[in-house]
Design a protein. Structure first.
Length: 108
């Protein structure tokens, strides 16, 4: 992937990640992705499921829950900084647009 400095700390990822869901890639047939959502259900980023699976080290390789848990661990250690920055910008826009002085014109 990338240099470790391009990832947020695991502890930060634990605070913002709400769910990791396996899904079909929208544009590539027979390709599965793992989509990462924040605690409010907004998409943060996604990973190629096969690539993550190759990195995962499940305790019980034949147990689907163990495999899923190992994949989530890989992802939690590789959340890109840009995903956190996007989340913070989105939160800021939401706060600005809900400001009493905004009149719905303060987004961005």
């Amino acid at each position: 992937m990338s240099d470790e400095s391009d990832f947020i700390p695991y502890e930060v990822a634990m605070q913002i990640i709400g769910n990791v869901v396996e899904e079909e890639h929208l544009h590539e047939v027979n390709t599965r992705i793992l989509t990462v959502y924040d605690k409010e259900g907004a998409e943060l980023c996604w990973y190629n499921a096969e690539e993550v699976l190759r990195e995962a080290k499940p305790e019980k390789p034949k147990d689907p829950e163990s495999v899923k848990s190992a994949c989530v661990e890989v992802i939690m250690n590789q959340i890109p900084k840009w995903a956190l920055q996007d989340l913070l910008r989105r939160k800021e826009r939401q706060e600005n647009s809900s400001s009493p002085n905004c009149d719905g014109k303060c987004a961005d």
